[in-house]
Design a protein around this ligand. Structure first.
Ligand code: ADP
Length: 227
């Protein structure tokens, strides 16, 4: 699903964010990408989303090489991935329902389909009773679940959560991780980017550790097999 072959990223000005990264994340995996601040985690995400291009090496998503993707193909790439950003990125003037519906409207989906899909994804994240609230009427954990509902709306094969515990308390972050595990159990690949060792320790999953732009460790959870 995600393949990095000798990927390096040097920003203009000479900052090397990633160097010679090689990794393979299979369809249906649940993976943590762990690294302290400045390690290169955001750069890893931006490369996958094609917000940045690799300086050298090749990145494949579902067999498609991102370096060869035409600009007009980029929105289709992104539609197959759902991202839950650390700061949730909800529109404050829209209700939770409208925030999720908006993500569908920008892609010309018929209103009738939106009207059935949006309540369905709210049900998946356990927030059916809060669809009509505005973001500032929701707790941090609830806002994050709206962001997850929005990420799920196009039935993506891949969900990426960027620092999912950053803006919520520890109890809620466990709930969020359990939701992500449930999503993974139906075959959706989940990549969780974090700097929190504690979080990673509590879950028995594969952990790819990045430090100073390099993959320094890649361990399967106990009982898991790395292919
Ligand atoms: P993390 O998300 O793990 O904190 P980043 O990917 O943001 O790490 O950053 C990795 C390195 O790349 C850091 O040294 C950072 O200063 C540098 N960097 C990130 N973005 C840019 C940019 N747009 N321009 C120049 N340097 C950058």
């Amino acid at each position: 699903m995600i393949v990095f072959e000798h990927v390096s990223k040097v920003y203009p000005g000479g900052n090397t964010a990633l160097r010679d990264v090689n990794l393979h994340i299979s369809k249906g995996e649940f993976v943590f990408v762990l690294g302290r601040s400045g390690a290169g985690k955001s750069t890893f995400l931006k490369l996958i989303l094609r917000e940045e291009k690799a300086t050298s090496g090749r990145i494949f998503i579902d067999g498609k090489e991102l370096g060869r993707l035409k600009e007009r193909e980029v929105p289709y790439l992104r539609r197959n991935m759902g991202v839950v950003f650390q700061d949730f990125r909800l529109i404050p003037s829209l209700t939770a329902y409208e925030n999720v519906a908006f993500a569908m409207r920008v892609t010309d989906i018929p209103e009738r389909k939106i009207a059935s899909r949006v309540p369905y994804v709210f049900n998946l994240v356990g927030l059916s009773d809060k669809m009509d609230k505005f973001p500032d009427e929701l707790s941090g954990g609830e806002q994050q679940r709206v962001a997850l509902a929005r990420a799920l709306v196009h039935s993506p094969q891949l969900i990426i959560a960027d620092e999912p515990t950053g803006n919520i308390d520890p109890e809620l972050s466990m709930e969020m991780m359990e939701l992500l595990a449930a999503i993974n159990s139906v075959g959706i690949t989940v990549v969780v980017v974090t700097h929190e060792h504690d979080l990673v320790r509590r879950f028995n999953k594969r952990v790819i550790t990045i430090d100073d732009g390099t993959v320094v460790d890649d361990c399967a959870g106990i009982g898991e097999v790395l292919l």
